[in-house]
Design a protein around this ligand. Sequence first.
Ligand code: URA
Length: 433
Amino acid sequence: MQMIDLIRKKKQGGELTEEEIRWMIRRYTDGEIPDEQMSAFAMAVCFRSMTARETAILTDAMAHSGDMVDLSRFGTLSADKHSTGGVGDKTTLIVAPLAAALGCRVAKMSGRGLGHTGGTVDKLEAIPGYRTEMSSEEFFSQVERIGVAVIGQSADLAPADKKLYALRDVTGTVESLPLIASSIMSKKLAAGARSIVLDVTFGSGAFMKTEEDAVALAREMISIGRACGRRMTAVLTDMDVPLGYAVGNALEVTEAVAVLRGGGPDDLRAVSLELASQMAALALPLPEEEARARADEALRSGAAWETFRRFVRAQGGDLSVLDDPARFAPASVVRTVTAPQSGVIGHMNTQAVGEAACLLGAGRERKEDGIDPSAGIVLAAKTGDEVREGEALARLYTSSQERADAAEERFLSSIEWSTEAPAPRPLVARILH
Ligand code: URA
C-alpha cells in the first residue's frame, strides 16, 4: 500500500477501506508516513469529507493507537463529559465533583487551552500544589475513594490524534467535521468511560459558529460513541457570549468556587447543572427530571463543594485559596476598560474576548508557551447590557502595560454597540440522545 494512492483516492472523493485507514494511522503514528503526506490527506478530507463508516474506523484506529484506559472496575458508573471548547468555560470544575456527588465515577483526563479557548488542566494548575499527573493506581484509587480525579491527558492517550491534531493546527485543516468528530471521540473512547456527555458549543466563541453545524457534529459523535458501545448524550449550548464573567485561569477557579458555594453567575450554574444531570441520567441511570432534582440538591446542600475540596486536597492543591480566593497570587497590572460610548452591547465577538485573554497571558500562542495563572478578564457587562460612557466594561489582569494595551484594543473590538438588546437566546439550545 502507498500513502500517495490513498491521498489520490480521497482527493477524487473515494471511500477508503478499513484496511487502508488502519494502515495509514498505524504507519503515521510510527513515523513512517511523513507529515507532508498526512497534511495533504487531511486537506483532501476537508474538501471531500468522509463517510460515517470511514469516520468511525478512523476514530477507532486513533483511539487504539495508544493506551485504552480500563474503567471496568467502576461497572456502568463511569461517566465523562467533554466540551468542544469555549471562552470562560469552567464547567468541568463544577460538573466533575457534582456528578461524583451524585454517584458517578469521574476518572477524567482533561486538556490544556487550545487557541482562544481555555483548558481545564491550565485552570486546575492555577491552584498552588495541584498535581495534574499521577500514577494509574493512584488515579483509580482516588476515584474509588472520592468519586473523582482530574488529571492531564497522558502522552499515550490517542497519540495518533495528538500528532494529527498538531499538524491540522498548522495546515489549516482543523475545520472538518469528520476530523473534529474523530479527534474528540478517539480521546473519549480511549479514556474509557461508559457514559459520555458532550457539551457541543456554538456561536462566536466556539469552533462551530452555527447551531446547525453543532447539531451535525453532535450527531456524528453520538453515532461514533454508540457504535463503540458507549451511552451518549449531547447538550448543545450557546457560546455566543462568554460563560460566566471570568476568563483566565485563577479567575475562573474563583468563579467556579462561587458556584460550588451556592452563588456565582446564573448561566454557569445552569449549564453545569444540566451537564451533571445528564451524566447521572446516563450512568446511574435515572430519569432526567429526577437527575436534575438531585443535582440541584447536591449543589445546594454543599455536597458538590465538599467533593471538590476533597479531590483538590487529594491531588495536592492548596485549599486555603479555594476557601479564600483573595489568596491567589495577584496580577501585577490591573486595568479597568471603560465604555467609549453609551449604549447597549448588541453583540460580543466571544472569540476576540478569548484572544484578548490570551494576549494578557491566560493562554498560549505556541504550544511551548507558558501561561500566567493570574492573567485574564473579568467582564462587568455582557451582550444585552446597557452601559453609559465611562462605565466599566471589564477589568483586565496581566503582567505588563504593553499586554494590557494590546488586550484592551482586542477586547474593545469584540463589542458591537446597539440601541436595543438582542432577543435572548436559550443557553441550552437542544439535548440530543
Ligand atoms: N478539539 C479536539 O480535540 N479536536 C479537534 O479537532 C477540535 C477540537
